[in-house]
Design a protein. Structure first.
Length: 95
């Protein structure tokens, strides 16, 4: 009799724990997918609006002005007057 009640208690607690873990997983997935969607939209916007004359900021905090846009790279003029070639994926924001 005591063993049956013990196993029923363990089974009930295990089911409650599994439900709790599933709930936490679903909430975490929903938050993660929403933030990834926003980030994807932001990067899509940055890459579609990239054109010569636009001021940009790199992921490391450097600022510059776009001079030429190619398939995978962008020529950017920085404050010193130098023109550097960077990957278009380094650009994090258009100012």
């Amino acid at each position: 009799m005591f063993a049956i009640n013990l196993w029923e208690s363990i089974l009930g607690a295990s089911i409650a724990l599994i439900v709790l873990i599933l709930f936490i997983g679903i909430v975490a997935f929903a938050r993660y997918s929403r933030s990834m969607k926003k980030q994807k939209e932001r990067f899509t916007k940055v890459h579609t609006e990239l054109k010569p004359g636009v001021k940009v900021i790199f992921g490391n905090g450097m600022y510059g002005t776009v001079r030429e846009v190619r398939d995978q790279t962008v020529d950017v003029a920085i404050k010193s007057g130098a023109i550097i070639e960077v990957s278009r994926y380094v650009i994090s924001e258009i100012l």
